[in-house]
Design a protein around this ligand. Structure first.
Ligand SMILES: [Mn+2]
Length: 388
């Protein structure tokens, strides 16, 4: 039977860590894909008796995306142990070297594009890596984590545990906008089929909202759930989506969802405002090959949505950034046929970090390089437009 490269190897190593009560750290991206991946593995390992000593979600705005130096500083006291990262890590060459020097063994479960080489992690599960023989490469991280969890659980787990994990994988595969075909189609269909009768307080909580109960289409329901769960609201380093989906009681989840609903309204207004600001500054350049706009007042967390709106409107890649004191961080979205990761690879000497998918990526750079980076992108996209 075909297997995802290194999945079995990762499961065996994790099983050993569970048996030997090694310290395990679950490190996930703070978006819904990362959060659901962490919960899937956390619930799996707890059912097996694993010793999870920390969960970590890096604050994208404060620390940046990926395995960060800030995080390693905070986690160092748990070494030696097993650090399992989900939905990030594949571009963290230096940080992974540092983590291993601290005494961690590092397992990556990621689905992002490989840059020039693989980082020196102990085990890497990423269907985009060279030598992958599994035919389907379009998993979200939560889909890979689900497969890992099912391998770990073998046939021993309760149906309730497994359906609970599948619901999370379905939700985050949709949220991450991964292709709805092959393995993903199965993940989505299976997960959504049990969602209506979920035991999970954080999923049942949505039913307490009248406006949600009124929605008949499953598709619209899921979109609404994702919109609320994506609202940024971090408490003690833990994103709202985690606090809702891992809530112990429905009441707890309902209260949190009310807060998120309020924040969501404000968020929608701000996205509209930012998009308008980008449009008005673009009025001076009518036919851009790439859009590169930023502002000090932008809230970084909204920039993915703004970039997505703008790139759809103008039908070119949009790089939208927040300018901070010394550096800028940005989100990128592009229509199909463009490869923004490839473009940034060409401009890499100007960037501090970058990575992601062809059509959805991110970057960070020092402010003195902003203009040069823009020129480099204009150059690149003038010579390389869409591949299809
Ligand atoms: Mn992801």
């Amino acid at each position: 039977m075909l297997e995802i490269k290194n999945l079995k190897k990762a499961a065996q190593r994790i099983k050993k860590a569970v048996q030997d009560k090694e310290r395990i750290i679950l490190y996930g991206d703070s978006d819904l894909d990362g959060v659901c991946s962490v919960i899937i593995l956390q619930e799996t390992l707890l059912s097996l008796g694993g010793n999870i000593c920390a969960l970590y979600f890096p604050d994208r705005e404060q620390e940046g995306y990926g395995i960060t130096k800030t995080a390693l500083g905070r986690l160092e006291s748990y070494a030696p142990g097993l650090l399992i990262s989900m939905d990030l890590g594949i571009t963290n060459f230096e940080e992974i070297r540092q983590a291993r020097a601290m005494g961690f063994e590092v397992i990556l479960v990621d689905h992002h594009e490989i840059l020039d080489a693989l980082p020196e992690a102990d085990i890497i599960v990423d269907p985009k890596q060279p030598g992958e023989t599994y035919p389907f490469h379009g998993f979200a991280a939560c889909g890979l984590t689900l497969r890992l969890a099912l391998t770990l659980l073998e046939k021993k787990a309760s149906l309730a545990l497994i359906s609970g994990l599948k619901e999370l994988a379905a939700l985050a595969t949709v949220a991450d906008m991964m292709p709805r075909k092959e393995d993903n189609l199965q993940i989505i269909q299976e997960g959504l089929s049990s969602m209506g009768s979920s035991w999970r307080p954080g999923i049942k909580a949505f039913e307490q909202f009248e406006e949600f109960r009124r929605i008949e289409s499953v598709e619209v329901r899921i979109t609404q759930m994702i919109a609320l769960l994506n609202v940024r609201d971090v408490e003690y380093g833990i994103p709202a989506a985690y606090r809702v989906l891992a809530a112990k009681t429905e009441q707890e989840a309902v209260e949190l969802l009310r807060v998120l609903q309020e924040k969501h309204k404000i968020r929608k207004d701000n996205i509209r405002l930012y998009a308008e600001r980008v449009r008005s500054s673009l009025a001076r350049a009518p036919r851009p090959v790439v859009i590169f706009e930023g502002d000090e007042s932008f809230d970084y967390i909204l920039l993915g949505s703004v970039a997505s709106i703008i790139s759809q409107e103008y039908n070119v890649p949009a790089f939208i950034y927040k300018k901070k004191e010394l550096e800028s961080i940005g989100s990128v979205r592009a229509p199909s046929g463009y490869d923004t990761v490839q473009a940034m690879k060409v401009c890499a000497p100007l960037l501090s970090t970058y990575g992601g998918h062809a059509q959805a990526s991110g970057f960070r750079l020092r402010n003195e390089n902003l203009e040069k980076f823009k020129d480099c992108l204009v150059d690149h996209f003038t010579n390389n437009s869409r591949t299809i």
